[in-house]
Design a protein around this ligand. Structure first.
Ligand SMILES: Cc1cc2nc3c(=O)[nH]c(=O)nc-3n(C[C@H](O)[C@H](O)[C@H](O)COP(=O)(O)O)c2cc1C
Length: 132
């Protein structure tokens, strides 16, 4: 019998809000790490200097609540959820919130054009090139 709540994931891209100092990125990542550990959420946040791309996973209710909070966060704009849905196993078992920058600014721009499985495939391809 599996007593753990069903896993769910969200993948979105967004852009840092105008006039935001770049220092907020480290602040967001540090606070999120602590909060995610409490919510049993794991995932990865990527920043390319302009765009964010984040995947996170955990119990369905916690994931859906978090994406609502993130959507309402004025520190970023143009938030586009590319994929959300059930997940068989965690992609980031060992990270409350891994963080990475990406040099190729086209990578996240291209992802913005995708959704569903294609978006997840592109995300996995980007992840393959990261060190975190
Ligand atoms: C790009 C981005 C990613 C974020 N990722 C997370 C996250 O993974 N976990 C988290 O708790 N908050 C994250 N936040 C912060 C939330 O938007 C929100 O500020 C935080 O959950 C506290 O919400 P509250 O002030 O309503 O309690 C993120 C914010 C931004 C702009």
């Amino acid at each position: 019998m599996n007593l753990s709540p069903a896993l769910y994931e969200v993948l979105y891209v967004s852009m840092i809000a105008p006039e935001q100092p770049l220092g907020i990125v480290a602040e967001i990542a540090a606070a999120a790490r602590v909060a995610n550990a409490r919510m049993d959420i794991t995932g990865l946040l990527i920043f390319d200097g302009q765009r964010f791309c984040q995947q996170f996973e955990g119990p369905r209710k916690a994931v859906l609540k978090l994406i609502e909070r993130i959507r309402n966060d004025p520190r970023h704009v143009n938030i586009e959820v590319l994929h959300h849905g059930p997940l068989a196993g965690r992609r980031f078992q060992n990270f409350d919130l891994a963080f990475s920058t990406v040099e190729d600014v086209e990578a996240l721009a291209r992802m913005e054009q995708l959704d569903g499985d294609a978006a997840i495939a592109a995300f996995r391809a980007v992840c393959g090139e990261l060190e975190y």
